[in-house]
Design a protein around this ligand. Structure first.
Ligand SMILES: Cc1ncc(COP(=O)(O)O)c(C=O)c1O
Length: 452
C-alpha cells in the first residue's frame, strides 16, 4: 500500500525531532566552536531527481551539525543571543507542523497567542495599558518599524500630510546616545532619516547618556535611548529623559533589545524607572527571554500611530482589521509570537525574573573572578554583559578570544569599548550552569597563561 503524503511528512517530522534531540543531548561535551572543514560536502550538486528525505536529514545532521557553533548550549557567551527554552523550542517544532500564516483569518489561534504574549510582555515590563505591539524578525526591524511610526507621527503633528513622502517634509532631528547599538543606525537609514545629522550625546564611564550635555529638545525631535548598553549592560537615565521629552513634545524611543527584560526582575529594575513614559520600546524575545530566532517586538504607546504607519488596507484585509500585518512591516509572516507565548507561559512571572536575575549573578561572578586573575572590567556589572580588558597587554585580548574559541570550551567575541581593546562576555543562555562558568573561567585562565 502506498504511503500517504502527510504520513511521509509526519515521519520526516519525527526524524527531524529525533535528530534535534540527539543534538541537544551531546551539547554538554561538544566543542562550542564549529567544525568547518567538511562544509563543502553540503553541496553534493543539485540533482535532477532530488534525494530521499532521510538522506537530506543525514547530511544536515552530520555535516551541518558539526558546522554549528553551540549557541544553543550553556558555554556560549557571544553577542547577546541566548538559547531556546524547552517550551519555546518545542513550540517552534509544533508551529512548523502547523505552518500557519500569522493572520487573523488564516491563523486564529496563533494570532491569539501573539496578542496574549504582547499583553504579558507589556504587563511584565510595566508599560502603559493600551500599548500595542508587533512581532518582527528582531530588534533591527522593530527599531525600524517604530522609527517609521515616530517619523510619521511627528511629521503629521507638524502638519505634513501622511503618505506625502519625505521630499519637502519638515526636517526632523535625531538625538542619540553616542553608544547606541550600531543596528539602530541602520534602522534610522531604513526609515529614510539621516544618520549624518544625528546630534550625539556623550556618555559616562558606564556608557550611559550624560543628561548635562543633552541638547535642547523640541517637537521635531526623536530621542534614541537604550536600555542595555551592549558592552556594559547599563541603561540610559530613562526617568529624566522621559521628563525632558514629555516637556518638549519630543518622541522618546528606547532600544532595549536585551536590556528591557531587566525591568521584570525586582533586583534589577531600578535603573529603568520611568520607562513607561517613553513613546516606543523595542525588546527581543530571542535574546534574554530565550525563544528561538527570530523574534523581536516593537511596542508603542500610540496604537493609532503605529496602525497609521504600518496598515496595509488591502480589499481583503482592511486597515482596521486587528491583524499583525497592519502593525508589522511584513505581510506574510511566521507565527513567531507563539514561541514567546510558550516561553512566558512555561516560566511564569517568577521564572522570568529568576532567569534574568540568574544571568546577572553569573555575570557578576565572571567579572569578579576575572579581576582576581589580573583582568580589568572597567564598568559596574549592571546586568548580564561584561567587557573585559587586560591592562598592559590589551593586544593579547584578541588572541585570548581566538585561543578560547579554538579550545572548544567556551565562545565569546572580541570587542573595543571606550578606546580599550578587550572581549565581551554575555550571559544570556537559560541553561548556563555554574559548571559552564567554571569552564569559561578556566579556559580564559589557560589562554592568558599561554599568551602573557
Ligand atoms: C542593544 C541592541 N540593539 C539592537 C540589536 C539588534 O538586534 P537584532 O539582532 O535582534 O536585530 C542588538 C543585537 O545584539 C542589541 O544588542
Amino acid at each position: 500500500m502506498q504511503t500517504k503524503p502527510l504520513e511521509l511528512q509526519a515521519e520526516a517530522f519525527s526524524s527531524g525531532a529525533r535528530r534535534g534531540a540527539r543534538y541537544l543531548q551531546q551539547l554538554h561535551d561538544k566543542p562550542v566552536c564549529a567544525e568547518t572543514a567538511r562544509l563543502d560536502l553540503l553541496d553534493p550538486g543539485l540533482s535532477d531527481k532530488g534525494i530521499a528525505v532521510e538522506a537530506v536529514l543525514d547530511l544536515m545532521e552530520t555535516i551541518g551539525g558539526e558546522g554549528t557553533v553551540s549557541s544553543a548550549g550553556g558555554r556560549y557567551f557571544g553577542y547577546v543571543v541566548g538559547g531556546a527554552l524547552p517550551a519555546a523550542s518545542a513550540a517552534r517544532a509544533l508551529l512548523s507542523a502547523w505552518d500557519q500564516v500569522a493572520d487573523s483569518l488564516t491563523g486564529p489561534s496563533v494570532i491569539r497567542m501573539e496578542e496574549i504574549a504582547i499583553s504579558w510582555v507589556v504587563d511584565l515590563l510595566g508599560l502603559p495599558v493600551g500599548t500595542t505591539g508587533a512581532f518582527t524578525s528582531g530588534a533591527t526591524m522593530a527599531n525600524m518599524t517604530l522609527l517609521v511610526t515616530a517619523r510619521d507621527a511627528l511629521l503629521a503633528r507638524l502638519g505634513h500630510k501622511r503618505g506625502a513622502g519625505l521630499i519637502g517634509a519638515p526636517q526632523l532631528r535625531i538625538v542619540a546616545s553616542a553608544e547606541i547599538h550600531a543596528t539602530v543606525l541602520k534602522s534610522v537609514r531604513m526609515a529614510g532619516l539621516s544618520t549624518d545629522d544625528i546630534e550625539w550625546v556623550a556618555v559616562d564611564d558606564q556608557g550611559r547618556m550624560k543628561l548635562a550635555v543633552l541638547p535642547e529638545l523640541d517637537a521635531k525631535t526623536i530621542v534614541l535611548a537604550q536600555a542595555g548598553n551592549v558592552c556594559t549592560g547599563a541603561s540610559d537615565p530613562i526617568k529624566d529623559l522621559t521628563a525632558r521629552c514629555q516637556e518638549a513634545g519630543a518622541w522618546l524611543h528606547v532600544d532595549g533589545a536585551f536590556g528591557l527584560w531587566a525591568r521584570s526582575a525586582d533586583a534589577l529594575k531600578a535603573p529603568l524607572e520611568g520607562l513607561e513614559g517613553a513613546d516606543s520600546w523595542v525588546v527581543d524575545a530571542h535574546k534574554t527571554l530565550n525563544t528561538p530566532y527570530d523574534a523581536g517586538l516593537a511596542l508603542c504607546r500610540h496604537p493609532e500611530e503605529m496602525q497609521a504607519s504600518m496598515a496595509i488596507g488591502a480589499q481583503y484585509l482592511p486597515a482596521t482589521t486587528p491583524s499583525p500585518a497592519n502593525r508589522a512591516p511584513e505581510f506574510s509572516r511566521a507565527a513567531r509570537g507563539a514561541e514567546t507565548w510558550a516561553a512566558l507561559l512555561s516560566l511564569g512571572r517568577n521564572g522570568v525574573s529568576d532567569l534574568v536575575t540568574g544571568f546577572h549573578l553569573h555575570a557578576k561572578r565572571i567579572a569578579g573572578e576575572l579581576k582576581t586573575m589580573g583582568f580589568e572590567v572597567p564598568h559596574d556589572v549592571h546586568f548580564n554583559q561584561v567587557f573585559v580588558t587586560l591592562p598592559g597587554a590589551e593586544d593579547a585580548c584578541a588572541r585570548i578570544v581566538e585561543n578560547v574559541q579554538a579550545s572548544g570550551e567556551a565562545w565569546f567575541g572580541p570587542a573595543t569599548w571606550q578606546g580599550k581593546q578587550g572581549f565581551r562576555i554575555s550571559v544570556s543562555n537559560w541553561s548556563t550552569s555554574d559548571e559552564d562558568v567554571d569552564r569559561l573561567i578556566a579556559a580564559i585562565g589557560t589562554a592568558k597563561d599561554e599568551l602573557t
